[in-house]
Structures are given as C-alpha cells and as structure tokens.
Design a binder for this molecule. Structure first.
Ligand code: BDP
Length: 593
C-alpha cells in the first residue's frame, strides 16, 4: 500500500485538527460502549500528535491502555459510485475504528498505515461520527515488545527494553479519500540503468480493470514513456537518475478504467559488492545519523515544520543519509527524503529484543529474550507482518537502500538464529532488489555473533569510550580497531556501516579536561571514531547517535532523556556539530554528494 496523492479521480481530505479525546482510565470504554455515541467528558486533543505531553495531568500522561479519539466528519459530494476510504498514517500501537458505532477497522503495529473502506457505512449520510480507540500497550507478542506490571497503587505500568519514551496516539495524518470502484490498489516499481537509458519495470494491481495504461512524466510534467497493460517495462533515453544529493523524480501516472493513480519514481540502482554499497554503480559512503521522531510537546506527532527544518540541519552539516531508528517514519518523511536526495536505511519497529541489555540502561526485569513466555512464535509472526507491511509501504522509495529488520536484538544464541532465519526470508521475498541487514549490538561481537552470515551488510552500534572504556579514548580506540579487524576477517566482502556511536553530552557543559558528558568529549569521541573509520576501506558509513537529544523513560543514566544528540532537543548545535560539519562538507566536496 503506497501513499495517496490527489489526482483527477481521487479527492483527499485531511482530517487533522483538534479532535475530542478521552483517556480510558479504567480501560472500560469497550464495555461501556464509548464507540456508540459522542464521548462523555471528552477533552480536546490535536491530531496528529502524541497525546502524552499535551496534557499536564501526570496520571493521564502515563496511562497504560486505551485512548479514545473522536470527531464528526462531513461527507463530501463526489461522483456516484465513488468509494470513501479512511486512511490512518499510524495509530500507536494498535487501534479499532468505528463509523457511527460500527466497527470498520482494526490494526496492530504503531508505525505503519492502515485503511478502511467505509462506503457502505456512510451511504446516504451527510455526516458521520468517527471514533478511534488507540491501545498503547506493549506485550511480549507486540513489535516492539514490552510487558505491563502493577505498581504498589495497583496501577498498570508499561515496561519495555528500548531506549525511547513510549509516546502514543494518532501520530500521523488521518485522511478521508475517494476513489472509483475499480481502482489501483498497489503498484511495484523496480528501476535499472542501461548505459544512459533508465529502465522502469512496473506492476500494477487494479482488480477488475478492463484497461490499464501508464505514462511516465518527467519533473516538468512532460511525457517520456508510455505503456499499455498492468505490467511492463518503460525505457527512458538519457534518463535523469535519482542519486544521493540529487532527488530527481519522475511520476508514473497510472490509469485503470476511470481511476488515475500517481506514483513517484526515482531511477537508480542499488547493489552490494566487494565491501561496497553501490548506488548507480558508484560506491556510496553514509554520512549522517540514527534519528527519532521526537519533538517537544508533539512527541512523535508528525510535523512538516520540524521535518523540513531537520532536513535543513542535516544538509547544513553535510549529511547525506539517516536510519529510521527504531521504527518506520511518517510517509511524508520518506517522500521528502526522495525529494531531497537523502539515502535511508529503513528500519522495522523491532527494537528492545534483547533482555541481556536490561541491566543498567532500561531498567527491565532480567528474563530470557526468546522463550515461550517472552519473545515466541507469535512475536515472530508479528515481526514478519511488520517486515511485510514496511516493505509494502516503502518499496517504491528510491531513497531506501537497505532494510534493517531489527535494532540490537539478541544474536549470540541458537534461539536467535532460529528466530531470525525465517524473517530474513520474509524480507527477501517481499523485496528481492534491496540489501537486507540488522543492527548489531556490542554484546554480539564476531566471536559470539550467530546470524550475520544471513545478511548483506554489517551494521554496528558501538559505544567504546562511553558504556565501556568510559572516558578512555586510547583504550576505546584499540578495542574498536580490534573489533573491526574481527568483522573483516570473519566476513570478508561485507561492507560495514557504523549505525550508532557517540556519548551523552550535556549542552553547555564545558570541561577543560574534556571529560565525559562535556561538549569537548563528544567532539573528541566522534573524532576518534572518524579517524578509525578513515583507516578502513571496508567501513562505508558513519551514522552517529543521535541526530538530536530525545525523550526516554526515566532512568539513572538518562537526564531528561537521551543526550547523545548532535543537536539539542530544540535543534541547537552542540560543539561537535561544527567539527563534524567540517569533516562532512569536505567529504561532500570531494565525492560530489
Ligand atoms: C543503543 C540503542 C539506542 C540507544 C543507544 C544509547 O540502539 O536506541 O538510545 O544505544 O544507549 O542501545 O544511547
């Protein structure tokens, strides 16, 4: 399911705004039938946004369970026979949707879109009541996993093993769109380059359509190729390639009977070969960050202002890439990355699947990661679904060059291999064209790691100098070099990308002795890593942790959140930002992107 843009046959209405809202404090809304009519005792809540930081009521903010959203919607007039479809960019972490008290959709997974065709429910109506119950609970069978325990007041407390606050609610746009009965429901585009010719292979799903045709428009709207039939190959002479730093986009305009569907297309190739990742045959070096969807007050709520500003900051610094750590980002972000020529490592929400890490950082109870009672076959099915839904959503984005199927899972046990082997197959079946990887944790170094052979790239999060060898950069450097040597020896030919590294840094803390937490130490530690990377041609990328400071659960190692940002939470540069900028701009000038 790819994103929806308005066309001549499709109207798109944005239902964002200030909705009615109620926290279901006793989680009794289902039994009491809150979906059946206007919400009693409702307050206001902006959509899209996380609900948490909008309210000043601490109990409400940390509520575990259901959140109810409601608004009335006027039914637009459209040609007879048109269908009406609701589309949620996401609902974190699962949702049930009703139209005038009738259930129309259920969805699990907090970071991917879902739709409901509500044509029947609203037939003959001028207006309807839209109600959504969002459940923010994480269990061992959800992705990401977590578990709910009772505190001494008998209240539910959500525990989890990942390092970002469990923001929830309707984080992304809610749309109502119209389309003809016979319509395009999916399209897959794969591109290739043959000399100076761009090759665009397309495959349209439009059940019941008697005629399907396509036209490929260039960025000026001129037709450069046409095709007839639901699948085929288009050839574009002297194609304008999509490339890092150059987000050239064509539009594939599909007509299926009366439906018109627009799909943006970037013509490019991606390939992993001999310790390199090649984009259009040219070795690519990743400069950038792991990021979060995280902002003051709105939490994980998508906001175009913050999005454009964040890209502006990344460009200022000379970055050319990022990872959607640790979940799929809003579709607007993916579209914008295509347009800006950013290169993306696209990650599923499979994070916190490593109970061995629970000790100091996340404060969870020690339990085995994989067991009947923790991450089990049912979790694996949910994980497979997340991989499939992510790839279905993002397969046509030229910016996406690697699928990351998990962040820092346990991978040093036989159980982990049993768990992951089928999931790699799921990813490869869903997309045979892109490299697949997972992000490796420090506990899983080459001597003990058991699954890296299944993947195309080695992606490493390393904290030598911070969680170990704290403040001792000489020892940290030695340990880092030893480990890189081990990876190269064990997996010759696999490129290595550093997907996290960096210390917590308190903005404004200056230290003549350049000790941990100071802005000087961040500059030194990042500088040490960069010096090491420069010595290894097998290292093809540096994505420091994190683009900006972000909120986490409270913990003894977190001061108002995680402070590893290059920028503060309100997007001001820390001292290291200037040094890294110099490095990245120099690289950019040399490489041209
Ligand atoms: C890694 C995680 C990331 C954390 C980071 C840290 O991938 O989510 O925020 O380390 O500790 O464990 O700062």
């Amino acid at each position: 399911m790819t994103s929806i843009t308005p066309t001549r046959s499709r109207n798109v209405f944005d239902l964002s705004g200030v909705w009615n809202f109620r926290v279901d404090s006793a989680n009794s809304g289902f039994d009491e039938g809150w979906f059946a009519g206007p919400l009693d005792g409702a307050r206001t809540m902006p959509v899209p946004s996380s609900f948490n930081d909008v309210t000043l009521d601490t109990d409400e903010r940390d509520h575990v369970g259901y959140l109810w959203y409601q608004r009335s919607v006027v039914v637009p007039r459209t040609p007879d026979g048109d269908h009406f479809v609701l589309r949620f960019g996401s609902a974190t972490h699962s949702a049930v949707v009703w139209v005038d008290g009738v259930e129309v959709a259920r969805h699990e997974g907090g970071y991917l879109p879902f739709e409901a065709d509500i044509t029947e429910q609203i037939e003959g109506k001028e207006e309807f009541l839209l109600t959504v119950a969002v459940d923010n609970r994480l269990s061992w069978q959800t992705i990401p996993p977590g578990y709910v325990a009772k505190d001494s007041r008998g209240r539910d407390v959500q525990n989890y093993y990942h390092d970002f606050y469990n923001y929830c609610g309707l984080h992304r746009a809610v749309l109502l769109y119209t389309r003809p009965d016979v319509h395009v429901s999916d399209v897959t585009v794969v591109t290739d380059v043959d000399g100076t010719t761009g090759v665009v292979t397309y495959d349209v799903v439009a059940d019941g359509a008697s005629e399907v045709s396509v036209v490929l428009l260039d960025a000026d709207g001129a037709s450069v190729a046409t095709g007839v039939g639901a699948s085929g190959e288009l050839r574009v002479e002297n194609a304008n390639l999509w490339a890092p730093g150059r987000g050239y986009l064509y539009t594939l305009r599909i007509t299926a009977d009366t439906d018109v569907f627009d799909q943006t297309v970037g013509i490019r190739t991606v390939e992993v070969k001999d310790s390199r990742l090649l984009i259009n045959g040219v070795p690519f070096y990743f400069r950038g960050y792991g990021r979060h969807e995280d902002n003051i007050v709105r939490g994980k709520g998508h906001d175009n202002v913050m999005m454009v500003h964040d890209f502006e900051l990344m460009q200022w610094q000379g970055a050319n890439s990022f990872r959607t750590s640790h979940y799929p980002y809003a579709e607007e972000v993916m579209d914008y990355a295509d347009r800006m020529g950013f290169v993306v490592i696209d990650e599923t929400p499979a994070v916190g699947m490593n109970t061995g890490l629970s000790g100091g950082i996340f404060g969870g109870e020690p339990k085995p990661t994989f067991s009947e009672d923790t991450i089990n076959a049912q979790t694996q099915q949910a994980h497979a679904r997340e991989i499939r839904e992510l790839i279905a959503r993002d397969k046509n984005h030229p910016s996406v060059v690697i699928w990351s199927i998990a962040n820092e899972p346990e991978t040093n046990t036989d159980a982990s291999r049993e768990y992951f082997e089928p999931l790699v197959k799921v990813a490869r079946e869903a997309d045979p064209t892109r490299p697949v990887g997972y992000v490796n944790v420090m506990l899983s170094t080459p001597p003990v790691e058991k699954i890296m052979d299944l993947f195309d790239v080695v992606m490493l999060n390393r904290y030598y100098g911070w969680y170990v060898n704290t403040g001792n950069l000489a020892d940290a450097e030695a340990a880092l070099r030893t480990e890189i040597d081990q990876w190269i020896e064990k997996y010759p030919g696999k490129p290595i990308i550093f997907t996290e590294y960096g210390p917590d840094t308190l903005a404004g803390l200056s230290d003549f002795h350049r000790r941990p937490w100071s802005e000087e130490f961040q500059a030194d530690m990042l500088g040490m890593y960069h010096r090491v990377f420069d010595d290894y041609p097998e290292v093809i990328g540096e994505q420091m942790w994190n683009f900006a400071d972000f909120l986490t659960t409270p913990g003894i190692m977190r001061v108002g959140g995680n402070k590893k940002g290059m920028f503060t939470r309100d997007r001001l540069p820390k001292r290291a930002a200037y040094e890294v900028r110099e490095r990245w701009l120099t690289m950019q000038e040399k490489l041209g992107f």
